[in-house]
Write a new protein. Structure first.
Length: 597
């Protein structure tokens, strides 16, 4: 049976046209679907016809999702689990979960009154495949509270819980590579069960484990449970308090970065992302000391030397004093999910011939309904996570395509497919953190750039910046400016402002990591914007941007930042601003150590 492709265009017969041909003919296809008034009265009107490449899309996408859901045949309810052939295995998994809950004293049974509001609960079943042994399946059962029944002010109040910024993780990797420190990873078991509840919450007894003779009683929760709205926050509060008690100090710039000092010298760093944490120290004695202190309070899983966190692979080469941060496996899953295995690769993330606008949105209802079958937002979200983690080269493409998530046409869809084809051919690209000889006390360098009036619809400009520490990228951004710039200088000046704001924050957190950064250096390729920032002169092109003007000049006068000139050909931020030729793109990425393995 011919395998239907979700992403690749399909045509009847022996069609040998390439995707580039489809891109060139997409406008013609769209024009063909327009219903034009007939000149002859007897002549029937042309009927709209959907291109062949969209004909099997909905069925293929549905089949793909069903295949993913049915891959391990997981029961959806307690009843389904007990009536299946694997009921004993699921029962063992539920017993293991209940033992954990009882050891943690998650609830106590109490009499139920008519005024008590109950929160329901349900069992979630999951099969997990061990990475080291693909044939070994672990049966996991989790008891989850039905938090959607909670009411604000009654069952919960504050629910926000911070997580570490990805920039902080990259800074930690850069510091570890530079100092040749040890880096280990820990995972907390039954994370949310450690949090202490402030509110009074009653929950029904879980199915299959109702206490005999006490069927009318309910669970008075003492610990936070998965599914409750405040669970994540209560866990963070508990963990934060314990770290403070064992000598860690929380960073003022990132609430999930902790520093442990001894006689004014940093001896250990810890970054937390919900239940995953990285611990870095100069030697294994300090690493083991931190592990011991944590295991005294929490049930921890020691994962040893850090290998993988948040879908990012950490590849360390001690002989070369370098660490690579890549997402090769994640990209492979992404390509498979959207069925791009057989597509042709391209060498740039966004081709220069793509000019997206609102005018390309379909006007015919039939075409609109067909485009709605495409998982446009799903693909953008998947690529956006790549941008957040390891791939600044995709930032501009995501910024452009994400503007049309509400309504999109064939040209927008073709652009997104182009990005997937680029990802397929560049899945090994990542960030290389390598030990360097420190020439001065300013290892942090930033680049900023702008593309004036690049948005066809609003005429707003594109802002971007990228910062590197010890030669490797640690922070980047590419976004549309919130205001319409009236000149190139103003657009570049707005980009410079955004870069300086990020630079000031990076300078602060670098000091917490023990990295000396006397002044933030930002390189800009626009002489006019640099002059506007340094000199106390107003002119026609800059008199209306005085608020941002004062911020930059104040930072420059205090000596906290420096704005320097860089040639356009050596501006790394160019890769985040516009579509570039292959040679220029590779040069920009090499400047910030974004390279293939």
């Amino acid at each position: 049976m011919h395998e239907m492709s979700l992403i690749m265009e399909q045509t009847s017969g022996n069609d040998t046209s390439t995707d580039d041909d489809v891109l060139r003919n997409s406008t013609d296809d769209q024009n063909e679907t327009q219903v034009m008034p007939s000149i002859a009265r007897e002549r029937p009107k042309r009927t709209t016809r959907l291109p062949q490449r969209f004909s099997d899309y909905e069925m293929a996408y549905f089949a793909l999702n069903v295949a993913e859901c049915m891959e391990y045949d997981e029961p959806a309810t307690y009843k389904e689990a007990m009536e299946g052939d694997e009921c004993e295995k699921w029962l063992d998994a539920m017993r293991e979960e209940m033992d954990s809950l009882m050891r943690n004293r998650t609830w106590i049974l109490t009499e139920r009154s008519s005024s008590q509001k109950l929160v329901g609960c349900k069992w979630i079943f999951k099969k997990k495949v061990k990475v080291s042994d693909q044939n070994r399946i672990r049966y996991k059962a989790r008891l989850v509270a039905k938090g959607y029944l909670q009411k604000e002010g009654v069952d919960f109040n504050e629910i926000f819980s911070p997580v570490v910024k990805h920039s902080s993780i990259r800074i930690l990797l850069s510091v570890v590579a530079q100092r040749n420190w040890e880096l280990h990873q820990l995972d907390v078991k039954t994370t949310f069960l450690h949090g202490d509840l402030i509110e009074t919450i009653y929950m029904e007894q879980p199915k299959g484990f109702i206490v005999s003779g006490q069927e009318e009683k309910v669970c008075l929760l003492k610990k936070s449970l998965y599914g409750l709205k405040q669970s994540s926050r209560q866990w963070y509060i508990k963990f934060d308090a314990h770290l403070s008690s064992i000598g860690f100090i929380k960073s003022a710039y990132d609430n999930c970065v902790y520093i442990k000092s001894d006689e004014e010298k940093e001896v250990a760093y810890l970054v937390l992302y919900v239940d995953d944490m990285l611990v870095a120290a100069a030697d294994m004695n300090e690493i083991n000391s931190v592990k011991h202190e944590l295991q005294r309070e929490f049930e921890m899983k020691d994962l040893g030397e850090a290998k993988r966190i948040l879908e990012m692979d950490i590849i360390r080469n001690r002989n070369e004093d370098e660490i690579k941060l890549v997402q090769t496996d994640y990209f492979g899953k992404l390509i498979k999910k959207f069925q791009m295995q057989d597509s042709k690769v391209v060498s740039v993330p966004l081709a220069q011939h793509f000019k997206l606008s609102m005018q390309q949105i379909p006007k015919i209802e039939q075409e609109k309904s067909e485009m709605l079958k495409i998982p446009y937002a799903n693909i953008i979200g998947s690529i956006m996570y790549c941008v957040i983690c390891t791939r600044p080269d995709l930032a501009h493409g995501v910024s452009v395509t994400s503007r049309y998530m509400k309504e999109y046409g064939r040209e927008h869809w073709s652009t997104l497919k182009w990005m997937l084809r680029y990802i397929k051919g560049s899945r090994d690209i990542g960030i290389l953190f390598k030990r360097q000889e420190v020439e001065d006390d300013n290892p942090l360098i930033g680049y900023c750039d702008s593309d004036y009036a690049s948005n066809i619809d609003s005429r707003k400009s594109q802002t971007c910046y990228i910062f590197k520490l010890h030669g490797a990228a640690i922070s980047w951004k590419s976004t549309l400016q919130s205001v319409v710039a009236l000149s190139t200088i103003e657009a570049e000046y707005i980009a410079l402002t955004e870069a300086l704001k990020e630079g000031v924050w990076l300078r602060g957190i670098l000091n917490d990591f023990g990295v000396k950064q006397m002044v933030v250096r930002v390189l800009c390729d626009n002489t006019g914007a640099i002059c506007l920032a340094k000199h106390q002169v107003f002119h026609e092109r800059g008199k209306h941007i005085d608020v941002r003007l004062y911020f930059i000049r104040d930072q420059i006068e205090k000596g906290d930042v420096e704005v320097l000139k860089v040639g356009t050909e050596d501006n790394a931020a160019d890769a985040l601003t516009k579509a570039l030729p292959v040679s220029k793109l590779k040069h920009c990425l090499r400047l910030v150590n974004v390279i293939a393995q």
